[in-house]
Design a protein around this ligand. Structure first.
Ligand SMILES: C[S@@+](CC[C@H](N)C(=O)[O-])C[C@H]1O[C@@H](n2cnc3c(N)ncnc32)[C@H](O)[C@@H]1O
Length: 330
């Protein structure tokens, strides 16, 4: 949204000390105040009566500088419509909480917490939830909701193996979900567990997913399909999976079964043999890349946050069954 000159002038004239901003000058009319407040809220400011100031989760100058320079701001209303923010609908949150097998008092990290759909459920389940959120506007909403929150870029937060669980629904753009989950694993205690919503794309055999799939295999994780259109109420039709990854591999875990999905009508289509050949060749190349990545992972020196011993999956003859969100075996 373009910010009008009178609003920019009012913000420029404000007194700013660290996280506190005090509007100065003659008392504003309610309409101007409401437009100024909308901009301050968009970047994380909250009118706090006890402080007689707008209080920000991080330095107010830092978050206001781009607004004052560009004369533009993305309001909370606009952010909700922005494709990067897809709050997790409650049936998916419930399944995440089931998979996380929480016990009261567990320390749980939600590293891309948005406005708190998952964090609220973690707290209701008795967990000690700690949130990270890059967007100061959402970070302030989490603070409003009584959550412990750090307004930061999660990928820049140095890992510390302190959490019993990580439960998350990160951004997906250009493989960001893989990047976030790989970073998040490093925050788990040695007996910890990570559960994440991820794009269906992680189930594809591609060079981009090879290392990640190898990691899930090496740790004995699990992957289950989320019902189609589960995120429709959040404004997206993207297909997703729930991925569970333990910090350490149990000796008796079963091999990972990756979900697959029929494309309706695809079986009736006659495809040119050359296309099928190219697809088989690409799948074989991706499988080799996956094996290479698994080999490289197994050869890596162990760090304190990693599994003490990583074994290859035990060959298994029986087929694992996966429960979908309705509890039906798929
Ligand atoms: C798909 S939304 C999910 C929000 C919340 N986890 C939920 O499930 O309702 C992704 C969230 O990640 C935040 N985000 C994106 N990149 C981030 C980063 N590098 N560090 C922390 N948060 C980030 C976005 O602002 C957005 O709120």
């Amino acid at each position: 949204m373009k910010v009008s000159i009178d609003v920019l002038d009012a913000i420029r004239a404000a007194d700013i000390h660290g996280t506190h901003l005090t509007l100065t000058g003659p008392r504003m009319g309610p309409r101007l105040y409401s437009r100024v407040n909308e901009v301050l809220e968009a970047v994380g400011g909250r009118w706090t009566k006890s402080e007689q100031a707008h209080v920000f989760p991080i330095d107010a100058d830092t978050v206001l500088a781009p607004v004052l320079e560009s004369g533009e701001v993305v309001t909370l209303r606009e952010k909700r419509q922005n494709s990067q923010y897809f709050p997790t609908p409650s049936p998916v949150v419930e399944r995440l909480i089931d998979l996380a097998a929480l016990r009261p008092g567990m320390r749980v990290l939600e590293p891309s917490a948005g406005s708190g759909a998952i964090a609220d459920a973690l707290r209701a389940a008795g967990a000690e939830c700690e949130c990270i959120e890059r967007d100061p506007g959402y970070a302030a909403m989490l603070t409003d909701g009584g959550h412990a929150v750090r307004a930061a870029d999660f990928l820049a937060v140095p890992p510390a193996a302190e959490f019993d669980r990580v439960v998350m629904n990160p951004p997906f753009t250009r493989g960001a979900d893989i990047q976030h989950v790989e970073h998040a694993i490093r925050f788990l205690k040695p007996d910890g567990l990570l559960v994440s919503v991820m794009s269906w794309a992680v189930t594809d055999h591609t060079r981009q997913t090879a290392k990640f799939r190898a990691l899930v295999e090496a740790r004995g994780g699990s992957v289950e399909a989320v019902p189609r259109r589960a995120f429709a109420e959040s404004g997206t039709d993207i297909d997703t999976v729930l991925v569970t990854i333990p910090a350490a591999r149990d000796a008796d875990v079963k091999p990972v079964v990756w979900p697959s999905r029929e494309v309706p009508g695809a079986e009736q289509e006659l495809r040119p043999p050359v296309e099928i050949f190219a697809e088989v060749k690409a799948a074989m190349a991706a499988a080799v890349a996956e094996l290479d990545a698994l080999g490289a992972l197994l050869a890596e020196p162990l760090t304190s946050a990693d599994t003490p011993s990583v074994e290859l999956p035990t060959p298994q003859t029986e087929q694992l069954s996966f429960l979908d969100l309705n509890g039906d075996a798929a």
